[in-house]
Design a protein around this ligand. Structure first.
Ligand code: PEP
Length: 249
């Protein structure tokens, strides 16, 4: 039985004090044992977040990392650096990284491999652009993204992967995929996993939906049979909204 997962991606928002305040308003919250809650603050606040969430069930993840082990990559953060401060989870492939920092399915494949080597759990983001959805190529786009970056993992390595389907046209736009559109894509992804692996893996992989999830639409999306929760951007910056979304899971 897959647990629901609600992950907040705080992006490049909040200073140190604001991040602490947001975490401190979440840690006393008593959410269901069937739900995992994660938050992804900026790199500069990860140490603080790790300390403030000790003793709570809130899990902390990074928003990105470099594929290389170490070296001359100015401004970058490695898996070893994250591990050394107790961070064993990372978001990879967010559409903003793909769009603004030229991340590709191939470069993400390398990041995934590094994360797996370091025994890190990965929230792997992917999804089609608006023109691809309009052209009807969204299934093909998602297939290529997953095949390139993930489908040479072994079944046991998949235990470290959480998928996050995020149609780019729905991120930060207020435009949400309908529950039916989300379910249709998630079911397609499970079929893809079954045809590349087997039924057991299809059933075990968590697939989150991301894209303008708010308290008002969360329940209708999360109640779809193949949707295992959400990756939440804007609404995760407001403690009351994020808690309401967690309660909808
Ligand atoms: C995201 O950035 O992953 C996201 C889903 O953002 P928003 O919820 O703001 O659309």
């Amino acid at each position: 039985m897959r647990k629901k997962i609600i992950a907040g991606n705080w992006k490049m928002n909040n200073n140190k004090a604001e991040t602490a305040a947001l975490i401190q308003s979440l840690t006393p919250f008593n959410f269901s044992a069937e739900v995992r809650v994660m938050v992804a603050p900026a790199f500069t606040h990860l140490v603080q977040a790790e300390a403030l969430t000790q003793g709570s069930r809130i899990e902390v993840l990074a928003q990105n990392m470099n594929a290389a082990e170490s070296g001359a990559y100015t401004g970058e953060i490695s898996a070893t650096m994250l591990s050394s401060i107790g961070i064993q989870k990372v978001i990879l492939g967010h559409s903003e990284r793909r769009a603004f920092y030229n991340e590709t399915d191939e470069s993400l494949k390398a990041k995934v491999a590094t994360a797996i080597t370091h025994d890190m759990e990965i929230v792997f983001c992917f999804g089609e652009e608006l023109d691809q959805r309009k052209a009807g190529s969204h299934f093909e786009v998602v297939k290529t993204q997953l095949e390139t970056a993930l489908f040479d993992l072994t079944p046991s390595q998949w235990s470290k992967v959480i998928l996050a389907y995020e149609p780019v046209w729905a991120i930060g736009t207020g435009e949400t995929a309908t529950p039916e559109q989300a379910q249709e894509m998630h079911a397609y992804i499970r079929d893809l996993i079954a045809s590349n692996y087997d039924q057991a893996l299809e059933d075990s992989v968590s697939i989150l939906y991301g894209g303008s999830v708010k308290p008002a639409n969360a329940q209708s999306i999360f109640s779809q049979p193949d949707v295992d929760g959400g990756l939440i951007g804007g609404a995760s910056l407001n403690a009351d909204d994020f808690k309401a979304i967690i309660q909808s899971a």
